[in-house]
Design a protein around this ligand. Structure first.
Ligand code: BT5
Length: 260
Protein backbone atom coordinates (compact mmCIF):
# COMPACT_ATOMS: atom_id res chain seq x y z
CA UNK A 1 0.00 0.00 0.00
CA UNK A 2 1.36 3.43 -0.95
CA UNK A 3 0.22 6.84 -2.16
CA UNK A 4 0.20 5.82 -5.83
CA UNK A 5 -1.62 2.50 -5.40
CA UNK A 6 -4.29 4.16 -3.23
CA UNK A 7 -4.83 6.96 -5.73
CA UNK A 8 -5.34 4.42 -8.48
CA UNK A 9 -7.53 2.13 -6.36
CA UNK A 10 -9.86 4.90 -5.18
CA UNK A 11 -9.99 7.03 -8.35
CA UNK A 12 -13.69 6.34 -9.01
CA UNK A 13 -14.77 7.45 -5.52
CA UNK A 14 -15.65 11.08 -4.70
CA UNK A 15 -12.37 11.60 -2.79
CA UNK A 16 -10.68 14.88 -3.80
CA UNK A 17 -7.33 14.16 -2.14
CA UNK A 18 -5.49 11.35 -0.32
CA UNK A 19 -2.60 11.49 2.17
CA UNK A 20 -0.82 8.17 2.72
CA UNK A 21 1.63 7.89 5.62
CA UNK A 22 3.87 4.91 6.28
CA UNK A 23 3.93 5.76 10.02
CA UNK A 24 2.02 8.43 11.91
CA UNK A 25 0.83 9.14 15.43
CA UNK A 26 -2.89 9.14 14.61
CA UNK A 27 -4.72 9.57 11.30
CA UNK A 28 -7.43 11.49 13.21
CA UNK A 29 -4.81 14.02 14.43
CA UNK A 30 -3.48 14.38 10.88
CA UNK A 31 -7.02 14.81 9.54
CA UNK A 32 -7.89 17.51 12.11
CA UNK A 33 -4.76 19.49 11.14
CA UNK A 34 -5.51 19.05 7.42
CA UNK A 35 -9.14 20.09 7.99
CA UNK A 36 -7.99 23.26 9.79
CA UNK A 37 -5.79 23.97 6.75
CA UNK A 38 -8.72 23.77 4.33
CA UNK A 39 -9.05 20.08 3.33
CA UNK A 40 -12.06 19.51 1.09
CA UNK A 41 -15.06 17.34 1.97
CA UNK A 42 -14.27 13.57 1.73
CA UNK A 43 -10.47 13.97 1.83
CA UNK A 44 -8.78 10.84 3.13
CA UNK A 45 -5.81 10.05 5.39
CA UNK A 46 -4.50 6.45 5.44
CA UNK A 47 -1.59 5.08 7.51
CA UNK A 48 0.22 1.76 7.53
CA UNK A 49 1.06 2.13 11.22
CA UNK A 50 -0.03 4.38 14.10
CA UNK A 51 2.13 5.05 17.13
CA UNK A 52 -0.51 6.93 19.15
CA UNK A 53 -3.84 5.79 17.68
CA UNK A 54 -6.79 7.05 19.72
CA UNK A 55 -9.95 5.36 20.93
CA UNK A 56 -12.89 7.08 22.57
CA UNK A 57 -12.56 8.91 25.91
CA UNK A 58 -8.75 8.99 25.78
CA UNK A 59 -8.33 5.26 25.28
CA UNK A 60 -5.68 3.94 22.89
CA UNK A 61 -6.01 2.09 19.59
CA UNK A 62 -3.17 -0.12 18.33
CA UNK A 63 -2.33 -0.27 14.62
CA UNK A 64 0.62 -2.56 13.87
CA UNK A 65 2.42 -2.24 10.47
CA UNK A 66 1.23 -4.19 7.38
CA UNK A 67 -1.55 -5.94 9.29
CA UNK A 68 -4.46 -3.53 9.70
CA UNK A 69 -6.37 -0.67 8.17
CA UNK A 70 -6.25 2.77 9.80
CA UNK A 71 -7.83 5.65 7.96
CA UNK A 72 -9.76 8.87 8.52
CA UNK A 73 -12.21 10.68 6.27
CA UNK A 74 -12.73 14.43 6.58
CA UNK A 75 -16.32 15.57 6.19
CA UNK A 76 -17.76 19.05 5.86
CA UNK A 77 -21.33 18.29 6.98
CA UNK A 78 -24.17 19.85 5.01
CA UNK A 79 -26.97 21.74 6.80
CA UNK A 80 -29.11 18.59 6.75
CA UNK A 81 -26.27 16.41 8.06
CA UNK A 82 -25.77 18.90 10.93
CA UNK A 83 -28.94 17.49 12.50
CA UNK A 84 -27.39 14.01 12.47
CA UNK A 85 -23.79 14.54 13.55
CA UNK A 86 -23.95 11.70 16.18
CA UNK A 87 -24.89 9.27 13.39
CA UNK A 88 -21.55 9.59 11.58
CA UNK A 89 -19.71 7.08 13.78
CA UNK A 90 -22.48 4.43 13.46
CA UNK A 91 -22.32 5.19 9.71
CA UNK A 92 -18.68 4.07 9.69
CA UNK A 93 -19.50 0.97 11.76
CA UNK A 94 -22.41 -0.08 9.53
CA UNK A 95 -20.24 0.35 6.39
CA UNK A 96 -17.53 -1.90 7.86
CA UNK A 97 -20.08 -4.43 9.16
CA UNK A 98 -21.83 -4.76 5.79
CA UNK A 99 -18.50 -5.04 3.95
CA UNK A 100 -17.33 -7.87 6.23
CA UNK A 101 -20.64 -9.69 5.60
CA UNK A 102 -20.63 -9.21 1.82
CA UNK A 103 -16.91 -9.10 0.89
CA UNK A 104 -15.54 -11.57 3.48
CA UNK A 105 -18.74 -13.68 3.69
CA UNK A 106 -18.71 -13.97 7.47
CA UNK A 107 -21.25 -12.73 10.01
CA UNK A 108 -20.59 -9.36 11.60
CA UNK A 109 -22.56 -7.09 13.90
CA UNK A 110 -22.44 -3.59 15.36
CA UNK A 111 -22.10 -3.36 19.13
CA UNK A 112 -23.97 -0.16 19.92
CA UNK A 113 -23.00 2.47 19.25
CA UNK A 114 -20.11 1.82 16.89
CA UNK A 115 -17.82 -1.16 17.52
CA UNK A 116 -17.83 -3.91 14.90
CA UNK A 117 -17.81 -7.51 16.12
CA UNK A 118 -17.25 -10.88 14.46
CA UNK A 119 -18.57 -13.80 16.52
CA UNK A 120 -18.78 -11.46 19.52
CA UNK A 121 -15.16 -10.22 19.33
CA UNK A 122 -14.09 -6.68 18.42
CA UNK A 123 -12.55 -6.37 14.95
CA UNK A 124 -13.00 -2.65 14.34
CA UNK A 125 -13.33 0.60 16.27
CA UNK A 126 -14.62 3.95 15.03
CA UNK A 127 -13.81 7.40 16.38
CA UNK A 128 -15.58 10.54 15.16
CA UNK A 129 -14.18 13.89 16.28
CA UNK A 130 -15.30 17.33 15.22
CA UNK A 131 -14.03 20.85 14.98
CA UNK A 132 -16.87 23.05 16.31
CA UNK A 133 -16.74 26.81 16.04
CA UNK A 134 -19.59 29.27 16.75
CA UNK A 135 -22.06 26.38 17.07
CA UNK A 136 -21.18 25.06 13.62
CA UNK A 137 -19.30 21.85 12.81
CA UNK A 138 -16.53 23.11 10.51
CA UNK A 139 -15.21 19.59 10.00
CA UNK A 140 -15.96 16.12 11.25
CA UNK A 141 -13.22 13.50 11.04
CA UNK A 142 -14.27 9.86 10.97
CA UNK A 143 -11.47 7.47 11.94
CA UNK A 144 -11.73 3.74 11.42
CA UNK A 145 -9.32 1.03 12.62
CA UNK A 146 -9.71 -2.59 11.48
CA UNK A 147 -7.70 -5.68 12.41
CA UNK A 148 -6.94 -7.66 9.24
CA UNK A 149 -4.17 -10.23 9.87
CA UNK A 150 -3.42 -11.97 13.19
CA UNK A 151 -0.37 -9.66 13.63
CA UNK A 152 -2.77 -6.73 14.15
CA UNK A 153 -4.00 -8.02 17.53
CA UNK A 154 -2.92 -6.21 20.69
CA UNK A 155 -1.80 -8.38 23.62
CA UNK A 156 -4.82 -9.81 25.44
CA UNK A 157 -3.71 -8.22 28.73
CA UNK A 158 -4.12 -4.71 27.26
CA UNK A 159 -7.75 -5.32 26.23
CA UNK A 160 -11.03 -4.82 28.11
CA UNK A 161 -13.03 -6.64 25.43
CA UNK A 162 -12.03 -9.73 23.40
CA UNK A 163 -10.51 -8.86 20.01
CA UNK A 164 -10.12 -10.66 16.72
CA UNK A 165 -9.01 -10.03 13.14
CA UNK A 166 -10.81 -10.64 9.85
CA UNK A 167 -8.31 -13.26 8.65
CA UNK A 168 -8.53 -15.22 11.92
CA UNK A 169 -12.29 -15.48 11.46
CA UNK A 170 -12.53 -16.09 7.71
CA UNK A 171 -9.51 -18.41 7.56
CA UNK A 172 -7.79 -16.98 4.48
CA UNK A 173 -5.75 -13.91 3.47
CA UNK A 174 -7.71 -10.72 2.79
CA UNK A 175 -6.59 -7.98 0.38
CA UNK A 176 -6.34 -4.82 2.52
CA UNK A 177 -6.71 -2.44 -0.40
CA UNK A 178 -9.78 -4.17 -1.85
CA UNK A 179 -11.34 -4.18 1.61
CA UNK A 180 -10.70 -0.43 1.92
CA UNK A 181 -12.26 0.19 -1.51
CA UNK A 182 -15.36 -1.80 -0.53
CA UNK A 183 -15.75 -0.04 2.82
CA UNK A 184 -15.39 3.44 1.33
CA UNK A 185 -17.85 2.62 -1.48
CA UNK A 186 -20.40 1.51 1.16
CA UNK A 187 -19.67 4.49 3.35
CA UNK A 188 -20.38 7.04 0.61
CA UNK A 189 -23.60 5.19 -0.32
CA UNK A 190 -24.74 5.16 3.33
CA UNK A 191 -23.86 8.84 3.77
CA UNK A 192 -26.51 9.70 1.21
CA UNK A 193 -29.19 8.11 3.43
CA UNK A 194 -27.80 9.16 6.87
CA UNK A 195 -30.81 11.41 7.51
CA UNK A 196 -33.37 8.74 6.63
CA UNK A 197 -35.20 6.10 8.64
CA UNK A 198 -33.68 3.55 6.28
CA UNK A 199 -30.25 4.20 7.79
CA UNK A 200 -31.58 3.68 11.34
CA UNK A 201 -33.23 0.41 10.23
CA UNK A 202 -29.97 -0.79 8.67
CA UNK A 203 -28.07 0.05 11.86
CA UNK A 204 -30.72 -1.66 14.01
CA UNK A 205 -30.88 -4.78 11.83
CA UNK A 206 -27.13 -5.26 12.29
CA UNK A 207 -27.18 -4.65 16.06
CA UNK A 208 -25.44 -7.21 18.28
CA UNK A 209 -27.26 -8.66 21.34
CA UNK A 210 -30.72 -7.62 20.05
CA UNK A 211 -33.38 -9.45 22.09
CA UNK A 212 -30.69 -10.56 24.54
CA UNK A 213 -29.98 -9.74 28.17
CA UNK A 214 -27.33 -7.02 28.57
CA UNK A 215 -25.83 -4.81 31.24
CA UNK A 216 -25.11 -1.13 30.73
CA UNK A 217 -22.55 0.69 32.84
CA UNK A 218 -22.17 4.46 32.61
CA UNK A 219 -19.82 6.66 34.62
CA UNK A 220 -22.69 8.82 35.91
CA UNK A 221 -25.24 6.16 36.83
CA UNK A 222 -25.24 2.74 38.40
CA UNK A 223 -25.12 -0.37 36.24
CA UNK A 224 -28.48 -1.45 34.84
CA UNK A 225 -29.57 -4.76 33.34
CA UNK A 226 -32.29 -5.51 30.85
CA UNK A 227 -33.26 -6.74 27.43
CA UNK A 228 -31.81 -4.94 24.39
CA UNK A 229 -34.83 -4.02 22.23
CA UNK A 230 -33.27 -1.90 19.48
CA UNK A 231 -32.66 1.77 18.70
CA UNK A 232 -35.13 4.65 18.45
CA UNK A 233 -35.39 7.41 15.83
CA UNK A 234 -32.62 9.40 17.55
CA UNK A 235 -30.19 6.48 17.56
CA UNK A 236 -30.68 5.94 21.30
CA UNK A 237 -30.53 2.40 22.66
CA UNK A 238 -33.90 1.01 23.80
CA UNK A 239 -33.71 -1.29 26.79
CA UNK A 240 -36.50 -3.10 28.64
CA UNK A 241 -35.27 -2.94 32.24
CA UNK A 242 -35.75 -5.76 34.72
CA UNK A 243 -38.30 -3.50 36.49
CA UNK A 244 -40.50 -3.65 33.35
CA UNK A 245 -39.78 0.00 32.48
CA UNK A 246 -38.56 0.77 28.93
CA UNK A 247 -35.69 3.28 28.81
CA UNK A 248 -33.59 4.98 26.13
CA UNK A 249 -29.85 5.42 26.59
CA UNK A 250 -28.12 8.25 24.80
CA UNK A 251 -24.88 7.98 22.84
CA UNK A 252 -22.17 8.57 25.40
CA UNK A 253 -19.91 6.81 27.79
CA UNK A 254 -21.87 3.63 28.35
CA UNK A 255 -20.29 0.20 28.43
CA UNK A 256 -22.55 -2.44 26.90
CA UNK A 257 -21.88 -6.06 27.78
CA UNK A 258 -23.77 -9.31 27.17
CA UNK A 259 -25.09 -10.68 30.47
CA UNK A 260 -23.38 -13.83 31.72
C1 BT5 B 1 -12.47 2.66 19.57
O1 BT5 B 1 -12.41 3.23 20.79
O2 BT5 B 1 -12.74 1.51 19.35
C2 BT5 B 1 -12.15 3.63 18.42
C3 BT5 B 1 -10.89 3.26 17.71
C4 BT5 B 1 -10.67 4.15 16.51
C5 BT5 B 1 -9.35 3.87 15.87
C6 BT5 B 1 -9.17 4.63 14.57
S1 BT5 B 1 -7.77 4.09 13.69
C7 BT5 B 1 -7.87 5.43 12.62
C8 BT5 B 1 -8.23 6.64 13.47
N1 BT5 B 1 -7.05 7.26 14.05
C9 BT5 B 1 -7.07 7.21 15.38
O3 BT5 B 1 -6.19 7.69 16.14
N2 BT5 B 1 -8.18 6.55 15.80
C10 BT5 B 1 -9.01 6.15 14.69
P1 BT5 B 1 -12.90 2.55 22.12
O4 BT5 B 1 -14.31 2.04 21.96
O5 BT5 B 1 -12.62 3.56 23.17
O6 BT5 B 1 -11.97 1.29 22.28
C11 BT5 B 1 -10.62 1.44 22.70
C12 BT5 B 1 -10.21 0.11 23.35
O7 BT5 B 1 -10.05 -0.87 22.35
C13 BT5 B 1 -8.87 0.19 24.07
O8 BT5 B 1 -9.04 0.58 25.42
C14 BT5 B 1 -8.32 -1.22 23.95
O9 BT5 B 1 -8.75 -2.01 25.05
C15 BT5 B 1 -9.02 -1.77 22.69
N3 BT5 B 1 -8.11 -1.86 21.54
C16 BT5 B 1 -7.02 -1.12 21.25
N4 BT5 B 1 -6.50 -1.49 20.07
C17 BT5 B 1 -7.28 -2.50 19.60
C18 BT5 B 1 -7.24 -3.31 18.43
N5 BT5 B 1 -6.34 -3.14 17.47
N6 BT5 B 1 -8.21 -4.29 18.31
C19 BT5 B 1 -9.17 -4.47 19.26
N7 BT5 B 1 -9.24 -3.72 20.40
C20 BT5 B 1 -8.30 -2.75 20.56
Amino acid sequence: MDQKSLQQLLQKLPIPSIHFLEVTTSTNSDALVWAANGALDSSLVVANQQTAGRGRFGRHWETHPNSALAFTLIFRPSMEEHRNIPLFSPLGAVAVCQTIQQFCKIPSQVKWPNDVLIYGKKVCGVLAESDWRDGVVRALVLGIGINISPASLPSASSLHYPATSIEIECGHPVDREQLLLNILTKLFALRSIISSEEFLHLWESNLAFRGEAITLASTSEKTVSGLLKGINKDGELLVLLESGEERCFRLGEIKLRPQI
